[in-house]
Design a protein around this ligand. Sequence first.
Ligand SMILES: NC(=[NH2+])NCCC[C@H](N)C(=O)O
Length: 365
Amino acid sequence: MPPQPIVEWCYLKSVKYGAAGVLVGHPLDTVKVHLQTDDPKHPKYNGTFHCLKTILLKDNIQGLYRGISSPMMGIGLVNAIVFGVYGNVQRLSEKPNELITHFWAGSIAGIAQGFVCSPMELAKTRLQLASQIDHGMMFKGPVACLKHIVKTEGLKGAFKGLTATILRDIPGFSCYFVSYEFIMRQRKQPSIPYTLLAGGCAGMASWLACYPIDVIKTHMQSDSLGNLAKYNGFVDCAIKGYGKEGIHFFFRGLSSTLIRAFPMNAACFFVVSWVLDFFNSKGVDMVVNPDKSLNIVNLENTNLGLQTCSSSPIDKLVRKIITNNNLEPSYDLQLTSDEVLRCSVKSYTNTTSQIDSERFTEKTK
Ligand SMILES: NC(=[NH2+])NCCC[C@H](N)C(=O)O
């Protein structure tokens, strides 16, 4: 395996493309938060589109984009933690290709990102609902909002909703990765549209798995600060919400979440698989056999356990390696098994340190 510039790379990519996803998805996130916190006795909104329209008419496009700076600033870090932790846990486990491993790796990633995600979403939620909470106080941005919270409530205040965030994201991310893997495994060579479909479905499945906990999280994070707080914690919030409105409480805002989840996560997985493709094309390993034939291990689909939609035909890849290693570029290429490509090199000038047979055997085990 290559060393870990992967984290840096993923970070830079996810900042860029994560930000694009946030830009597209934020209005529906705002709708979700408003629907979740609407008063069931005197509802202001009667559905996703009504809510969208009402906010637009009242507050303009600004109303829908309020609070966006928080996920904009945090999404890169959150995604880097999610995909970095998930990938490494999955890769280093004993059975990296079993679905159950993806499940555990996703859960651990969900816990790890919670510590950044929770304050990020706290600021986001409070900015989105600015006109209704904090005495209608308008903060300049997420940093000003969190500063105010830390000043009045202490550091603990900035982590309001942490338990709910982690409890949401354990099922959220385990379901996210398991469903993505499962859908991708239905195809031998997933096309680009298929990869987008898999990512979109994984996003929707993950929100279905954790939505009621997300409702509680939003209520915890939009609750008044200090002594004025309505809820005494996660369980108290769930009981009070259920008591007030029954099971319906846990599902308000679900449709806007699902609509948002599809494009957002289709794009997210697509970018990730594209980034990994880049590494996979470097992660091809090879060994020169005593008979001067060359074995090339195609690491595609093993790196970070994500299946990729490779745009680079293996043939091109092999050519690159051959030239990079100053090998004679004419070769016969044949597939000897799913993972191992054997190509005989007519002649070669030198063997670089990249070529070592032990790594080869380990990877094909
Ligand atoms: N419930 C979850 N956290 N699911 C994972 C999806 C995360 C993704 N960034 C989204 O907001 O759609």
